[in-house]
Design a protein around this ligand. Sequence first.
Ligand SMILES: Cc1cc2nc3c(=O)[nH]c(=O)nc-3n(C[C@H](O)[C@H](O)[C@H](O)COP(=O)(O)O)c2cc1C
Length: 195
Amino acid sequence: MPPEIISIYGSPRRKGNTAILTQEAVRGARDAGAGVEEFVLRDLKISPCLEIYACRKKGECAIKDDFQMLRDKMLAAKGLIISSPVFFYSVSAHTKILMDRFQSLWVRKYWIDQIPHEAQNYNRKALFVSVGATHGKMLFNGVRLSMKYFLDTLDAALWRTLTYRGIDLEGEIKTHPGYLKEAYTAGKELAETVL
Ligand SMILES: Cc1cc2nc3c(=O)[nH]c(=O)nc-3n(C[C@H](O)[C@H](O)[C@H](O)COP(=O)(O)O)c2cc1C
């Protein structure tokens, strides 16, 4: 049986703030009985999209690397836990590279299969976790929009977003036990929703 939840770590920092929060969410999901498989994007070999549109034929990306493996794992799952820090009001480069490769699924969905935008069938749910150092009102606007439209390509709804401002140093999030608890609970509730 494939794991019910796939967890993706988008920060280059292995012990960074989003990684710590994501580990808590994974712990919560496992405590609720879900199988969770974790992937750290910096450990995978995934090329950026080269915009050659070979995917126009069958919705299949022509670049063969770890993308296909991760895509298939994500498509076999019911829940996703994805995290990225805010980097210049966007997601991290590792996360963005993964997102862009899903253009092949966008092509399959909207150009090949011609699914009408109003006939969406979101059969996956995603928990998105993000952290930024500053406090601006619009700090998470960019990452939230990128995540929402990326998730659409794999018929996943942005089920819940956890965002934390004013957190910069590696591991600083640990000084906020309430945030860790929130991540644990979100992971648990995601599992309860998809199981
Ligand atoms: C390349 C880079 C760009 C960043 N851009 C922003 C930014 O636009 N806004 C912000 O508030 N923080 C920014 N930060 C700070 C990170 O979001 C912050 O340190 C966060 O806690 C890192 O999370 P992590 O430990 O999970 O990697 C940036 C950090 C780096 C390294």
